[in-house]
Design a protein around this ligand. Structure first.
Ligand code: PRP
Length: 212
């Protein structure tokens, strides 16, 4: 049998939606797939090996060719700028990137600071806006930053908006809509073209439908 196609999947909230999409596309994933804590899951029936990575790391595995394909959020793609092909908008995990602050915030503070898990994306955005700010990189719980005075504004993902509401923050500007993408290693795109094209085709037919 041919070497399995290796697919990097993002652990966490996108994983179930991505797995649901693959099932809808007819890939026979084991029932325990989503519950398992294993980081490498072989599905010999489909000749696919799944690796479960941190969402931010998926493009790294794909760029280095240890995964042929992967599922990565547009947020991660914009932040990481990896040398991979983005071949399909999976239209799952829809949310948007936004600037938020405490209500009543007005620009013009002396040393503007912005906290974010996405320092490159945030820096690009403020540069485009012609505003000079200091970006403070955090790894999570970004909404804390304005509450305790680390930064006046944040750049973060807004999905339901619940986190902003519960922490008394308000959205100031929408930066970009975000969905998950199917990404491919450029070499694999040539050497595994048949399997990859088939997957893109099968996923394209279910994208936009109800995901289990
Ligand atoms: C993300 C994001 C927001 C929250 C938005 O955080 O950073 O904090 O979800 O979702 P909502 O609009 O539906 O409330 P995540 O849960 O991934 O954890 P993190 O704080 O560790 O980044």
């Amino acid at each position: 049998m041919r070497k399995p196609l290796t697919m990097a999947m993002p652990k966490g909230r996108i994983f179930e939606e991505a797995a649901g999409l693959l099932r809808q596309a007819g890939y026979a994933l084991p029932g325990s797939f989503e519950e398992s804590r294993k980081l490498i899951v072989d599905v010999p029936e489909e000749n696919i090996r799944f690796i479960l990575a941190k969402p931010m790391d998926v493009p790294t595995y794909v760029e280095h060719g240890v995964a042929d394909i992967g599922v990565a959020g547009k947020d991660v793609m914009l932040e990481e700028a990896r040398d991979v092909y983005e071949v399909l908008d999976l239209q799952i995990s829809a949310c948007h990137m936004a600037v938020a602050a405490l209500p009543g915030y007005e620009k013009g503070e002396l040393n503007p600071k912005v906290a974010s898990k996405y320092p490159n994306l945030a820096a690009t955005y403020f540069k485009e806006q012609g505003e000079q700010v200091e970006i403070i990189k955090l790894n999570g719980s970004i909404e804390l930053a304005p509450l305790i005075g680390l930064a006046n504004r944040i750049v973060d993902i807004v999905s339901t908006g619940q986190t902003l509401v519960e922490n008394g923050l308000a959205e100031l500007e929408k930066i970009k809509p975000i969905t998950s993408r199917l990404i491919v290693n450029p070499v694999s795109y040539r050497t595994r073209a048949v399997e990859i094209d088939e997957m893109v085709e099968r996923l394209s037919t279910v994208v936009g439908g109800d995901v289990e």
